[in-house]
Design a protein around this ligand. Sequence first.
Ligand code: FE2
Length: 331
Amino acid sequence: MSKLICLGIESTAHTFGIGITDSEGNVLSDDRSAYRAPEGMGIIPSDAAKHHAEVSEKILDSALKKSKINLEEINLISYSAGPGLPPCLLAGSNFADKLSSKNKKPLVPVNHCIAHIEIGRLKTGCKDPVVVYLSGGNTQIIAFTEGRYRIFGETQDIPVGNAMDTLARKIGLKQPYGPNFDLTANKGKYTKLPYVVKGMDLSFSGMLTEAVKKFKAGSVKEDICYSFQENSFSMITEVAERALAHTDKSEILMVGGVAASKRMQEMIKIMCEERGAKMFVVPKEFAGDNGSMIAWIGLLTYNSGKIKEIDGKINPKWRTDEVDIPWLTQK
Ligand code: FE2
C-alpha cells in the first residue's frame, strides 16, 4: 500500500488542534490552541467554539508550514465527530467539511476516544493492553475483545479530570489546574473522603461534594488535594487491576490528559509490578487532546475501508464500544 498522509482536526472541548500524520505512523506536524475559561469558571461551550473558529485558519497554516508539505499532498482529512461538546464538535466538523470539499479530499469522521487509544499504542509500541483512559471528559477502563474496544469500567457521573478541575476552582487554585493540583497535593496529608467503586464502575461526584464541604469547614487545600488524588487514583487502580485479571492481558496503557499525572503513574506501576504486567504511558505531547491522534485514526479507518457515515456530521455521545476496530484481530 502506498504511503498516505492525513490531516486530522481535533475540537471536542478546550483544544482546537491540527496534526498531520502519515500511514507509517510518523507525525509530520502538530499544532494546537486551547481555549481558557475565565478564571474560576468551567468551560463555556459556545465561547470555546468561537475560539476554535477564530484560530482554525492560523493553526492550519502553521501545521502545514511545520510539516513542510502543502494541502495538495494531503490524501485525506479526518475530524473528531464525538464524543464531545456539540458547539465545539460543530466548529471542527464545519472546518473539516469546508477544507475537504474545497480541496476535494475524502473526509473521515472519527471517534475521539479510539484516537486516544490508538495514538497510545502507536507511540508506546504496546500490543493488546488494558487501557486506562483518564481525562477531563472521560474516565474509562477499556480492553479490546471481539472486534471492539469494550468498556470494562467507567465513571457513573463526572470524569476524574473534570472532578479535579472543579475541585481546583472551588478551593481557589489557579490555572492550569492539572499541574497546580499536583503541586498542592504534594504538600498534603490524608483526610478521609468517600471511596466509591461499584462493581467495575467509579463515582467521583460524592467525593467532590465531600471535599468541598471539608474545605469550607476548615481543611487546608493541600490535604484536600492530596486526599482526593489518593482516593480517586486508588479507585482507578483497583478497577484497572480487576480488568487485567478478567481479561488475562499483560499490558496497561495509560492515555488522556490525566495519564500525565506522576502519582497516577506511580500507583499503576506498583500494581503492574505486583501482577507481572507491563505499564506503558502515552508520551506527554500526545496525552492531551491533539490533531495527530485524529489524523492517525483517520488513516487506520480509511485503510480499513469502513468509514462511518454520521447524520449531521457529529455524534456528541458516540461511545468507545460503538466503533468497529477492523485493524485489530483477536489473539
Ligand atoms: Fe480527549
